[in-house]
Structures are given as C-alpha cells and as structure tokens.
Design a protein around this ligand. Structure first.
Ligand SMILES: Cc1cc2nc3c(=O)[nH]c(=O)nc-3n(C[C@H](O)[C@H](O)[C@H](O)COP(=O)(O)OP(=O)(O)OC[C@H]3O[C@@H](n4cnc5c(N)ncnc54)[C@H](O)[C@@H]3O)c2cc1C
Length: 400
C-alpha cells in the first residue's frame, strides 16, 4: 500500500534517500539488518545517532526549539519508512523518545538546558527504572523507597528487567515517597546518575544467551531533590505521559522489509534438487497471511498519521498497533525459523560479532534467526503486555 505523496513530500523522501545513500555506511546497515531484538547494540546505534545529530535529524519528533528538525507528521513517517528500508540501526528510545519528551513537558528550565542537548548528542545514554519484582502490569504497586533527607532523597530497593542499565549513565525511575493512600498518589519521578554510590547492576542473561536486561539494586543511594521531574507524589502523571511514547512506534515499514527478506530467502533453492520453500503451498499460505497482517498494520498507521496531522490523538489505536505489530513480528520470526530449518538450532553468539573467527554453521541469516525469535517473544510483554492492551481496547473501543 502506498500513500499518495505530495510533490513536496516526494522531494523530502528523495532528500532522505540521498542522505541515507551517502551517510549510512555498510557496517551500520549490516548491524541494522541483523538485530537480534528490537534494540541495536549501543556501539552501532550511537555512531548512527551522531551522524544523524550532525545533520539535525537525531530526534524527528522533537520541536525545533529543542533541537528537533520541526518535521510534519508525514515527514516523520517518510523518514522512519526510509530508514527501515535502508536497514538503518534503531536508536535507543529511552532518551530520545521517553526521557526527552517528559523533560520537555515537566522539567524545570535548568533540567531542560542540561539534559536535552546531552540526549540529542548521545552523551547521555538512558535506561528506564519502572518495573520491580512483583510490580510490572500492576506498576502502581512499586516499592522502591525514596526517603527525603535534607536536599536529597535516599533510595533503597530494586528495579528489574532494566534494559541496557549496564550501558546507561542515566536512569529515569519511579520511587515511592508515600506509603499511605492510593498507590498512584505516592510515586515520585526521579532522574538518576548511574554512577551514584550504592547502585549495583546485575545482569540477567536471556534465553538467547544475551545480556540486554538487568536487575538494579539501590543501597542508600542519594539523589538530589533537584533531580525530581515534576512534583513529589505526582510522578504517576509523568509516568503515564511517558508510556504514550513507549507504546507508539510499531513500524509497518520495518515489518514489510523483513517480509521482503523472508520471501527472497524462501525463493532460494534449499536442497540441491531445485526445491524452493516458496513453492510449498502451505508455506506460501502462511507467508501470505503474514503479509495481510502487515498490510493491515500499515493501514492503521496511516489512520493514526491522519489523526495526528489533523491535530487529534491516536487514542486506543496505539494499543491496537502495539498488539498487532508485536504479534506480526513474532509471526515473521516463526516463518524465519521455518526457512532456516535445522540451521536455526545452532546458537553461536560469537559468530554474530563482526570480526569473529568462529566458523558459521549454515547460511549467514540463520545465525540471527533463533536469538531474534527468542528475544522477540518479550515484545508482547514489555511496554505493557498485550493482555493489558486487550483490556484497554475492551474498555475504550468495545465499551465492555
Ligand atoms: C525484554 C524485556 C525488557 C524490559 N525492559 C524494561 C525496562 O527497560 N524497564 C522497565 O521498567 N521494565 C522493563 N521490562 C518489564 C516489563 O515492562 C514487564 O515485564 C511488563 O510490564 C509485565 O510485567 P511482569 O513481568 O511483572 O508480568 P506480570 O505483570 O506479573 O504479568 C504476568 C502475566 O499476567 C498477565 N496479566 C497481568 N495483569 C493482567 C490483567 N489485569 N489482565 C490480564 N492479564 C494480566 C500479563 O499479560 C502476563 O502475561 C522489560 C521486560 C522484558 C521482558
């Protein structure tokens, strides 16, 4: 499905294409083509962020006066689609798409002046301290204690599943400053320096053998009150505002490009006897069903874009897109496993590193197939599980 682009939009698209041709080096395309989860590793994503920043394009959705390009909704969509087509690495969303917009909305002038330029340039790398053992879907029950003490809060407790905490030098987190009353009314939103004494980060290794998430422990960690975002005990409003950004961003363009790749690989003779998986009727039917899903996602994205362009709000459509986008991604992962067949069973993390000496078993794409499949199982859990999104849709769309 193609959007009808105006002459100006076509000119913008061509400008983006020319920029990508010129500025996106092959090794970054390779990193973007073969991620093993929705995140690209810090090393590659930061190089790409710096290239974009030099052009003023690191934060497509930021207003111009904070260093964004001031693009229209359509221009942002074109940019995201072209980046997906070119296999540009994804940028870490925790600073650019989560902390940044919250600081713009709730930050003091001093906080804006300090943090926003550092987020744009990549000097600060953020992680998100929301979930705790026992507080995920029921986030308002969180227990990380922040005790006021002179000009500081003193933090004790733990956060879990903290993506990239081992790379981050900043964390935005939710802490409890009041234990009586409604749980939502006792939460405070804090910005932390990860080098603060008393913070320790312990790895959690995923089924794919990768280190992406962590548990973070706080042992008498002092955080200056000037690092509070918004008012004390009003952090829940900030937290909810941020989740709107976390849930957006399912990309039909990225899924389309993954589909195209699957089709190309399935079209290759697999057994030396002239047989191609693409000629198998049952496989083709599954691939076509996935294509229909991706097309539906693209159409929903266009609908959201039209609503945003008209000054509206995507509302519960963002829940629908989150659900559909993650389910389609998992379906494509299953098809990729089917294509790679037994080669997908060889899990070789070392062979995936650019200068690895480990001899690869099977076709190169199969090195990434199983870890991607395993890691992307989490996509229907993080950012608000799909069951929770279904609850939202039931309430707001179906009125149940
Ligand atoms: C790979 C990964 C990365 C993550 N990164 C981060 C991060 O960087 N920062 C961070 O703060 N958190 C992060 N998370 C945590 C994530 O947000 C939580 O895992 C998620 O909110 C679910 O919470 P939970 O794991 O406690 O599961 P639970 O809330 O205990 O849910 C368990 C199951 O019950 C279902 N369920 C729960 N409540 C309901 C309900 N009311 N109705 C129907 N079904 C329900 C859920 O859908 C789920 O299937 C990450 C998680 C993963 C897996």
């Amino acid at each position: 499905m193609n959007l009808a682009l105006s002459a100006e939009d076509r000119a913008f698209r061509d400008e983006v294409r020319a920029f990508l041709d010129q500025s996106l080096p092959g090794y970054l395309r390779e990193a973007g083509r073969n991620p093993t989860s929705v995140f690209t590793d810090k090393e590659h994503s930061l190089v790409w962020q710096r290239i974009l920043h030099a052009r003023g394009w690191a934060a497509p959705a930021w207003p111009k006066h904070y260093g964004g390009p001031g693009w229209s909704v359509m221009q942002r969509y074109i940019f995201a689609s072209e980046c997906a087509r070119a296999h540009a690495p994804s940028l870490s969303p925790m600073g650019l798409r989560m902390a940044g917009p919250c600081i713009m909305r709730y930050g003091t002038e001093a906080q804006k002046a300090y943090y926003l330029p550092r987020i744009l340039s990549g000097e600060d790398y953020w992680c998100q301290g929301y979930s705790e053992p026992g507080s995920g879907s029921d986030l308002a029950s969180l227990q990380l204690r922040a005790t006021p003490d002179d000009d500081d809060y003193v933090l004790n407790g733990t956060k879990i599943w903290t993506t990239h905490a081992h790379w981050a030098n900043r964390m935005f987190c939710l802490a409890r400053t009041r234990f009586d009353g409604m749980p939502q009314a006792g939460i405070t939103f804090l910005l932390l320096d990860m080098a603060s004494p008393g913070i320790s980060v312990k790895p959690i290794i995923t089924l794919a053998g990768e280190h992406e998430v962590n548990q973070v422990f706080f042992d008498d960690v002092r955080v200056p009150k000037t690092n509070r975002l918004g008012e004390e005990n009003r952090g829940w409003s900030v937290a909810k505002y941020l989740l709107e950004f976390e849930r957006g961003g399912a990309s039909g363009a990225g899924l389309k490009s993954a589909l195209k790749r699957l089709r190309a690989i399935a079209a290759v003779e697999a057994d030396g006897a002239g047989n191609r998986l693409l000629d198998d009727g049952a496989f083709r039917q599954r691939l076509t069903a996935a294509e229909v899903k991706v097309l539906a996602i693209e159409m929903s994205e266009h609908r959201v874009m039209s609503a945003l362009t008209a000054g509206g709000n995507p509302g519960p459509t963002s829940s629908m897109l989150k659900m559909q986008g993650t389910e389609a991604m998992q379906k494509l992962d299953e098809l990729a496993i089917e294509i790679a067949a037994y080669y997908a069973l060889a899990v070789q993390p070392d062979a995936r590193k650019p200068a690895s000496n480990v001899p690869a078993v099977g076709p190169a794409h199969s090195l990434f197939t199983m870890p991607r499949y395993l890691n992307n199982r989490a996509a229907s859990i993080y950012g608000g599980s799909n069951e929770i999104q279904r609850n939202i849709i039931a309430r707001l769309v179906l009125g149940l």
